[in-house]
Structures are given as C-alpha cells and as structure tokens.
Design a protein around this ligand. Structure first.
Ligand SMILES: NC(=O)c1ccc[n+]([C@@H]2O[C@H](COP(=O)([O-])OP(=O)(O)OC[C@H]3O[C@@H](n4cnc5c(N)ncnc54)[C@H](OP(=O)(O)O)[C@@H]3O)[C@@H](O)[C@H]2O)c1
Length: 284
C-alpha cells in the first residue's frame, strides 16, 4: 500500500493524512477531553487511515490498543495490518470453518504468514500456499501450511485438485487477481468463497461463479468505516493478541530499518525477498 501510494496509485481516504503509513506504535503524547481509556505516557499501537510515517499520529481511543508489556514498539507495530487483514479475510469474509480447505496465495507475505497461522488455529484441514521460492514454502510449512506450491515451477490448480481429491478448496485468499482468476475459480469447491485483496485487473470466465455458487468479495481494509475497523480491532485484541503474547502465534519481523533508510526499506519490499514485516524506526 505504501508503495502504491508513493507511486500515486492509491487514493488516500477522504480526511486522512496524505503522509504514508497506516500502522504505528508509540507513546501517548496528548489525549482529547473525552478520552477515558488512555493517558499521556501509555504505550499504544494501532491502525490509522494515514500518516503513520510521521512522528505524531492521531487515532480514535476505540482503535488504539495497549502494547503488551512483553512487546517492543517494533513488535507491536508489526501487528495491525497483517493480522487484521488475515483475520478479516479468513473469518469475516470467507467464513472459514474447522475441517475446511483453504488456498492462501503469496503465502510468505506478511498477510499470508498470519493467515496460515490463523487457519491452523481454526483447524482448517488443508492449508495450501503458493510462493515463488522453496525457502518461502519451507517457512510457510514451519508455521502450519500443509502443502506448498512453487508457482514458478508448478501449476497450483493441478496441485489443489490432487490434494483435495478433485473437490477443490472451500476458501481462497488472493492478492493476484486477473492472472490467477480462471485457476482460482477452477480450484474452488462448490459453495466456495474467495476474497481478493490486491491487484484485481479485468475479468475472465465467469461461468463457475454461477455453476458452483461461489462467493467472491473484494476488500481493502483502509476503505472500511471506523465502526467496522473497531469491531475488527476488538476481535484481534480478544482472539489474536493473547496468542501473540503467549507465543502460540508467531509475530514475524523480517527486517528493521532506520528512518533515514526509508528508500532502502521500500526497495527491499519491492524486491519480494521479505518474509514477514519490515519495520521502520521513526525517532524524534
Ligand atoms: N485489501 C487489503 O485490505 C489489504 C491489506 C493488507 C495488504 N494488502 C495487500 O496484500 C498483499 C500482501 O501484503 P503484505 O504486506 O503481506 O506483502 P509482502 O509481505 O510485501 O509480500 C508480498 C509477496 O507477494 C508475492 N508476490 C508479489 N508479486 C507477485 C506476483 N505477481 N505473483 C505472485 N506473487 C507475488 C511475493 O512473494 P513470492 O516471492 O512468493 O512471489 C512477495 O514477497 C499486498 O499486495 C498488499 O498491498 C491488502
């Protein structure tokens, strides 16, 4: 999102700061007159509509979360976007249930690594991931993926059919869009669900949507209302944060950069090498 916005391909939501960045961790500097949950000096983190690369951000007290004492600022700031997105994609949109099969594309992306762990926690049966490198697939498997497909060498549609005995998966989390459209539809089981989170371009063969009664939904977290985001935040605080604190869910930080190296941080993300979050330290 930061890269798209930097290149002027991501419209900033109305009223949001046009400074890059949507997640942060820091110390409360000042609170409004009606704020009850936090006071100056509290350590908080959260998701904002924009401006998180700045030294100061503003956030609704209902969206902010207290940083668990075990976590550093760097760990806390790596939580919101990937865990909110993965939780929303699997459960609020795809309605994934115990015993179902799921296909997660870009498995070693920050969102993908969170989705794998949440699918495992929800007791999904087959958690199939795609990635462009064997090391990435191995890492996905270490976190709970049951099957990996190197999309540069193998056909994921064929692998899904083999793994599910021709049934297809119940849910797909997709970031790729047009390039995967036909294969995604072919990979879904009857009554399957798919969420498109990035790069949807054009359309293709729509027939399986009708014949298999598929549900397909696009979503961007940033376009969601404050009420929706607060409800999602509450799910994360109750259902995900305790797992991150007790270590049953792993917080994956790939690399940290200093603020003065932000261009290098962007280049690193664009190189597709990362597995997990890239954290930038902004200091006064
Ligand atoms: N809609 C939303 O609400 C929402 C919220 C959060 C994130 N997103 C989007 O979700 C995606 C993942 O975010 P992230 O922060 O987790 O990303 P990330 O950690 O930077 O990982 C992205 C990974 O996607 C894979 N990839 C890139 N281009 C690809 C292509 N053309 N075909 C197949 N795989 C490709 C690469 O892995 P390989 O080496 O395996 O190819 C890359 O490492 C981004 O596109 C982001 O903008 C959307």
């Amino acid at each position: 999102m930061d890269i798209l916005q930097r290149d002027q391909h991501y419209p900033v939501p109305k009223g949001a700061s046009d400074i890059l960045g949507v997640e942060f961790a820091g110390v409360v500097e000042e609170v409004g007159p009606k704020v009850e949950r936090y006071k100056k000096g509290d350590r908080v983190f959260g998701l904002v509509y924009g401006g998180a690369y700045a030294e100061y951000v503003t956030i609704s007290e209902h969206m902010a979360m207290s940083i668990p004492e075990q976590f550093t600022f760097q760990q806390a700031t790596a939580i919101p976007e990937v865990w909110f997105t993965a939780y929303q994609a699997l459960f609020l949109i795809n309605d994934l249930k115990e015993g179902e099969d799921v296909l997660i594309h870009a498995g070693a992306s920050g969102v993908g690594l969170s989705a794998i762990q949440l699918a495992k926690k929800a007791k999904a049966k087959h958690i199939i991931v795609t990635a462009g490198h064997e090391d990435k697939l191995a890492f996905c498997k270490s976190l709970g993926a049951t099957d990996g497909v190197n999309y540069k060498k193998e056909d994921f549609q064929q692998k899904v059919q083999e793994i599910t005995n021709g049934k297809g998966v119940n849910a797909i989390v997709d970031f790729i869009g047009a390039g995967y459209w036909d294969k995604n539809l072919a990979s879904l089981a009857v009554d399957g669900r798919m969420v498109l989170l990035a790069f949807l371009q054009g359309k293709s063969n729509m027939a399986p949507i009708l014949l298999k009664r598929l549900k397909i939904q696009g979503s961007t977290l940033r376009s969601r209302s404050l009420e929706y985001q607060i409800a999602l935040r509450n799910h994360i605080e109750k259902e995900v944060l305790p797992g991150l604190v007790d270590g049953s869910l792993k917080l994956i930080i790939d690399k940290e950069f200093g603020w003065e190296d932000i261009a290098e941080a962007h280049r690193y993300m664009e190189s597709n090498q990362s597995m997990g979050k890239i954290v930038v330290n902004v200091t006064k």
